[in-house]
Design a protein around this ligand. Structure first.
Ligand code: ZN
Length: 244
């Protein structure tokens, strides 16, 4: 159960109330929006400006957007909401929105009534709301690192992949720590596309770690447990050839 389910009528009610209590009823009724998917924002005020004959900027299309990705108390949501109302007041009074003097003095005024409105909302520490999936990471890397070495005991070539977003750091750490060990002869690291990994490994995760790979020449890799052979695709060889 969420603490609060934001609705548009709720935002209108809040706006009417806070407008009367803290802004002398001077603010116009903005457009309200509720969004679910931002992990970074709690609220946002937007408007356009028209320049009048007097040269004064007049705010139009005022919009307050509330984000409910995080499960917060009513008071927390209202604190964000009033923050955005201060921006609306700035836009309609001064034709400019910022967190400088006019924002600070208005926030200080309102905070005397038991609020804690600040320039920045603190996102860390708030809970992720139930029922809303975290957004997928953008710019997920398409690269991973391929390590190839010779087993010092058997002389066989072996390889492993490091994945994760820290691939490079992990790989460097491995190379650094293993380079001088007899079991890790001629250790080399290549940057390859993740597809290489997907296409080389079987779906059995037990087998995902190490392979002999030139037991049958360069075209075949052989699982360590000896149960399964995989044909190396030609582009895999290209990937290695082109790797830095
Ligand atoms: Zn702000």
């Amino acid at each position: 159960m969420r603490k609060v389910n934001l609705t548009l009528p709720m935002l209108l009610k809040w706006h009417t109330r806070f407008n009367a209590e803290y802004f002398g009823g001077l603010l116009s009724t903005p457009i309200f929006k509720i969004r679910h998917n931002s992990t970074r924002k709690l609220g946002h005020f937007h408007c356009d400006y028209i320049i009048g004959f007097s040269g004064k900027r007049r705010a139009v299309n005022q919009t307050i957007t509330m984000y409910d990705y995080y499960d917060r108390t009513e008071k927390d949501f209202q604190t964000t909401f009033i923050h955005e109302m201060i921006h609306q007041w700035q836009a309609e009074t001064y034709g400019i929105v910022d967190h400088k003097n006019t924002f600070r003095s208005m926030a200080a005024n309102i905070n005397r009534y038991g609020w804690d409105i600040s320039r920045c909302s603190n996102i860390s520490g708030v809970n992720v709301a139930e029922g809303i999936a975290p957004r997928k990471k953008r710019n997920a890397t398409t690269e991973c690192r391929l390590l190839i070495w010779e087993d010092g005991d058997t002389g066989k070539k072996r390889f492993a992949f490091t994945t994760t977003s820290c691939a490079e750091r992990n790989a460097n750490a491995i190379v650094g720590s293993k380079r001088n060990l007899a079991q890790w002869r001629n250790l080399q690291m290549y940057k390859v596309n993740k597809d290489v990994k997907t296409n080389c490994f079987s779906t059995n995760r037990k087998d995902l770690r190490y392979y002999d790979w030139d037991k049958y020449g360069k075209q075949v890799i052989h699982l360590i447990d000896g149960k399964e052979n995989l044909i190396l695709k030609p582009w895999y060889q290209n990937a290695i050839a082109n790797a830095k």
